[in-house]
Design a protein around this ligand. Structure first.
Ligand SMILES: [Zn+2]
Ligand SMILES: [Zn+2]
Length: 351
């Protein structure tokens, strides 16, 4: 099999010929149909995540070994281990990539994504920048219904991230009870999921009027440009005195400091974006207002299941994805790093 691998952090990926894995026991071997390129691939490739303020979170190559990245995997089953039931050869699936050790309390409680000994596909073990991917158990595979091949894999990262964050910030009972910060790709996806999963039309906040126009087209109940005078007052008015739930896909010092003060008593603020910075809070107010500040990072297998049910039912409008041959992985990562990629890109292994 062929794979594009990170041999050394920051250096171009290299095409390598590798031995095709042989599935044993519960393992399933997928032929990669398409694999989304995610922004975290840029950081994995660089070898660190920039947390802002000069702080870096290292993400070295696991064991210093070459890594086949790619965690937004959509693949076709080509071979299964002898303990696998109910998986049809030739059928295509999205692979849930957030694997744990399978042995600790977190893994037993469906929180494999918190496991200290992760073996995430495309992050710790080989992923979809290779033309075949070994999945340890069929329970990690999900049907994607009529979703275009190039888009399906992105539900395992972007889709799951948006879905799980919304779930934490709920419950929702009416329009305007939710404020989504960011009208970028993830924010607009969250807007669609809020409509599909909860039947509500949220308020969307951004600093870009063009993106806010897109949010209105997709069904935002109202949009607010937070860089304009009176933005905070406008949100207080729309939410009738404060938001029950705010999900922040920017996660910048400016967005959290702006948004946290707009929460109603008992409201929830979920930080998803990794832009960086700090928040200083007066602690007595925290007690008196019972506000909740939470983080959200990808999501558990149970959330993936719920999300993929919505996807299969066709409740989430698909977005366009550009497909590129995997040999263009380096160009794609460079463009993403330089902020030149507007939409989603998925890599294919046809040639
Ligand atoms: Zn990702
Ligand atoms: Zn574990």
């Amino acid at each position: 099999m062929k794979a594009y691998q990170v041999i050394e952090n920051g250096k171009p990926l290299e095409e390598r010929e590798l031995e095709k894995p042989q599935p044993k026991g519960k393992e399933v071997l997928l032929r990669t149909v398409a694999c989304g390129v995610c922004h975290s691939d840029v950081h994995l490739h660089d070898g660190y995540f920039d947390l802002g303020g000069g702080v870096q979170l290292p993400s070295p190559l696991p064991g210093g070994e070459p890594l086949t990245m790619g965690h937004e995997i959509f693949g076709e089953v080509v071979e299964v281990g002898d303990e696998v039931d109910g998986i049809v050869i030739g059928q295509k699936y999205v692979a849930y990539p957030w694997m744990g050790c399978g042995d600790c309390d977190l893994c037993h409680d469906d929180m494999t994504h918190y496991c200290a000994n992760n073996s995430n596909l495309g992050i710790h073990v080989a992923g979809g920048y290779g033309d075949h991917v070994l999945v340890p158990d069929p329970k990690y595979l999900f049907d994607a219904g009529d979703t275009p091949d190039s888009l399906a894999g992105s539900y395992a990262c972007r889709g799951l991230t948006a879905y799980s964050a919304l779930k934490k910030a709920g419950p929702y009972n009416k329009d305007n009870s939710l404020v989504i910060v960011s009208a970028g790709g993830l924010g607009l996806l969250a807007l669609k999921i809020a409509k599909a999963a909860y039947g509500i039309n949220p308020i969307v906040v951004d600093i870009d009027d063009e993106k806010l126009g897109m949010a209105r087209q997709l069904g935002a109940s109202a949009t607010v440009n937070s860089s304009e005078e009176g933005a905070a007052e406008k949100i207080m008015e729309l939410t009738e005195g404060g938001a029950r739930s705010i999900v922040d896909f920017v996660g910048a010092e400016s967005s959290v400091n702006f948004g946290y003060n707009l929460l109603a008593r008992g409201g929830s603020y979920v930080v998803v974006g990794l832009f960086g910075g700090q928040l200083t809070l007066p602690l007595p107010m925290q007690a008196l207002t019972e506000k909740k500040l939470m983080g959200s990072y990808v999501g558990p297998l149970g959330d993936m299941k719920e999300l993929m049910e919505l996807v299969v039912q066709g409740k989430i409008d698909p977005v366009d994805v550009e497909t590129r041959d995997v040999s263009e992985a380096n160009r794609t990562l460079e463009e993403m790093k330089a902020g030149k990629l507007m939409g989603l890109v998925a890599l294919t292994h046809d040639s």
